[in-house]
Design a protein around this ligand. Structure first.
Ligand code: G5P
Ligand code: MG
Length: 219
């Protein structure tokens, strides 16, 4: 029987999914797939998927469902032997319903952060494209400005972090992704985590996950 823990992390753009996910994978031996990070890697490499996805991402729109569902199920084929954490997928009710037919998830972590704190966070964000590590000019500041702490490689600004695009992404989230939260709530696997900072939220998430890890270890 396949008993690996299957988890998704949900939350608005800038709510701290990437930041908290890196703390989760540091604490537990999990595979991590961020749909946004993987798409940005494809864009950088100018693959056919990257060229198609960039048309939507640059304007803060969602990449079409059929492309995303195929993309993520291919990515998941690579990581099935360990517990995994998925960040950024599913993003629409259609994706959630299609995905549920393939994978029955154990836990959906939902980060609830006020929109007012999100806008200023995203303005200061810098990312290391290859690893997905995220930094900020006022939080998780890189040791050397503009450089990844681990590899020494340059950090970049995301193209979709311009204020007008962030606003659009928050609107899309409200309209398209909130139904995903309700979908998982009805399935009985959703856990909400409220807070204004990742430092306040991540200990709650790690505690919750450690309960699931214990359960999994006892099977
Ligand atoms: P992504 O890449 O999935 P979003 O919009 O869901 O993008 P995003 O922007 O990556 O989410 P996050 O991961 O939730 O946000 O947040 P983060 O990066 O950890 O934190 C944001 C900033 O705040 C960072 O600088 C961090 O250092 C800082 N920070 C964190 N915590 C704190 C704190 O406590 N205090 C302070 N001061 N700062 C903090 O998707 C991108 C695009 O890809 C496409 C879409 O076009 C999407 O717009 N896409 C999909 N399209 C369709 N379907 C899908 N399933 C898709 N997946 C991706
Ligand atoms: Mg992210």
């Amino acid at each position: 029987m396949n008993t690996v823990l299957k988890t998704v992390i949900l939350g608005a753009p800038g709510s701290g999914k990437g930041t908290i996910s890196s703390r989760i994978i540091k604490a537990f031996n999990m595979d991590y797939i961020s749909s946004g990070d993987r798409l940005r890697q494809h864009i950088k490499e100018k693959t056919p998927i990257g060229l198609e996805a960039s048309k939507y991402i640059k304007d803060g729109k969602l990449v079409p469902d059929d492309l995303m569902i195929k993309f993520i199920s291919e990515e998941l084929k690579k990581v099935k032997s360990k517990p995994w954490l998925l960040d950024g997928f599913p993003r629409t009710l259609f994706q959630a319903q299609a995905f549920w037919k393939e994978e029955k998830l154990d836990l959906a972590v939902n980060l609830v952060v006020p929109f007012s704190v999100i806008m200023e966070r995203v303005e200061g964000r810098m990312v290391h494209l290859q690893s997905g590590r995220v930094y900020n000019s006022s939080f998780n500041i890189p040791k050397v400005p503009g450089v990844d702490d681990v590899t020494g490689e340059p950090l970049i600004k995301r193209e979709d972090d311009k204020p007008e695009v962030v606003k659009k992404r928050l609107e899309v989230y409200d309209k398209m992704t909130r139904p995903v939260i309700e979908f998982y709530r009805e399935k009985g696997i959703l856990k909400d985590f409220h807070g204004e900072t990742s430092d306040a939220i991540s200990p709650q998430v790690l505690k919750e996950l450690s309960n699931y890890m214990r359960l999994e270890g006892s099977q």
